[in-house]
Design a protein around this ligand. Structure first.
Ligand code: RTP
Length: 155
């Protein structure tokens, strides 16, 4: 059965500075990749504090907002867009609960993190947020169009 690009769901996933600093990039990418999701955009960015505040605008009333934005802008972040059926919800499942003390073993945070302020990864929490976050972090030309098979080039 053919799936058209327009029907394919996309989500924004970021490996936060602690995940990068701890050398967990490959480990995290590998979990999404082995599940069967497709990587359609990726870059290394050091966000400014202003940019971090835009990303976390929903949390601006929370007491940890400023510290959280300082942290997100403290070093390189791996910004990614992953594509696939159910990727928004299932991506959150792969990531695990926000507080690593409550994340199940087998999840990224459950296996690899200990405290909520250093939970190594971010994932969009719904279709609207996914769209907003993808638009905030990426331009359309930075994302590949969906291809039916992995390789398109014929030689
Ligand atoms: P994320 O957006 O990063 O995937 O996390 P989330 O939806 O699971 O959690 P959310 O409530 O949106 O919080 C965003 C990030 O804020 C940090 N946080 N710190 N100090 C605290 O009590 C606290 N609570 C949340 C976490 O890094 C969380 O991922």
């Amino acid at each position: 059965q053919e799936v058209h690009a327009a029907e394919l769901e996309r989500t924004f996933i970021a490996i936060k500075p602690d995940g990068v600093q701890r050398g967990l990039i490959a480990e995290i990418i590998s979990r999404f990749e082995r599940k069967g999701f497709k990587l359609v955009g990726i870059k290394v960015v050091v966000p400014t504090k202003d940019f971090a505040q835009k990303h976390y605008h929903d949390l601006k009333e929370r007491p940890f907002f400023s510290g959280l934005c300082d942290f997100l802008s403290s070093g390189p972040v791996i910004a990614m867009v992953w594509e696939g059926e159910g990727v928004i919800k299932y991506g959150r499942k792969l990531i695990g609960a926000t507080d690593p003390q409550k994340s199940e073993p087998g999840t990224i945070r459950g296996d690899l993190a200990v405290v909520v302020g250093r939970n190594i990864i971010h994932g969009s929490d719904g279709p609207e947020t996914a769209k907003d976050e993808i638009n905030l972090w990426f331009t359309p030309s930075e994302l590949v169009a969906h291809m039916k098979s992995g390789v398109k080039v014929e030689i």
